[in-house]
Design a protein. Structure first.
Length: 150
C-alpha cells in the first residue's frame, strides 16, 4: 500500500492483476449553516471521480445541531447513479435522494456510485432539515472516502 502527499491511497493486488485506488477528503474547518433548507455543496467533502467507473462511497459526518437538524444529499456528475444508505437504515436510490435528521448529531453514509460517460466530482451537499437561525455546523474532521472498484 502507498499513500501520496494528497492523501490518495494505492492498494495493489498483484495476484488478481487489479489495483484499487482510494481517495479521501477530510474537513479541516467547521462549516456553519443557518436559516436554510436548500442543500449546498460542502467546501471540503468533494472528490474527483472518473467516467465509466464504480466506487464504494463512505462518508463520516458529525455536526452540531443548533435546532434545525440536518438534510444531506449528493452532487454527482451527469449520468451517474448511486444507491446509498445511512447507518439508521434509510435506503436511497439516486445521488439526489435525501436523508434527514431532526435531533441526531452524526451518521455514516455508505453506498455505491456508478459514473456514466461524464467525469467530475462527488460532493456531499447539505443544509438544515428545518430552517433555524441557530447554526447547524458540520464539524472539522468529517471525512469522505471513495474506493474505485472498477
Amino acid at each position: 500500500m502507498e499513500i501520496d502527499g494528497a492523501g490518495t491511497v494505492f492498494t495493489h493486488n498483484l495476484g488478481a492483476g487489479t489495483a484499487t485506488i482510494a481517495t479521501k477528503a477530510i474537513k479541516d474547518a467547521d462549516t456553519p449553516r443557518a436559516s436554510t433548507i436548500t442543500p449546498a455543496a460542502d467546501p471540503d467533502l468533494t472528490l474527483e471521480v472518473e467516467a465509466n467507473s464504480t466506487y464504494d462511497v463512505e462518508c463520516v459526518a458529525v455536526w452540531t445541531n443548533g435546532g434545525g437538524g440536518m438534510r444531506m444529499t449528493w452532487i454527482a456528475p451527469a449520468g451517474a447513479t448511486m444507491t446509498w444508505t445511512d447507518n439508521d437504515g434509510v435506503g436511497v436510490v439516486g445521488p439526489t435522494g435525501v436523508v434527514t435528521f431532526a435531533s441526531a448529531t452524526g451518521t455514516t453514509l455508505k453506498g455505491t456510485l456508478v459514473t456514466g460517460a461524464t467525469a467530475g466530482n462527488l460532493t456531499l451537499s447539505w443544509a438544515q432539515n428545518t430552517s433555524n437561525t441557530a447554526d447547524t455546523v458540520l464539524r472539522a474532521g468529517c471525512a469522505l472516502k471513495l474506493t474505485r472498484i472498477t
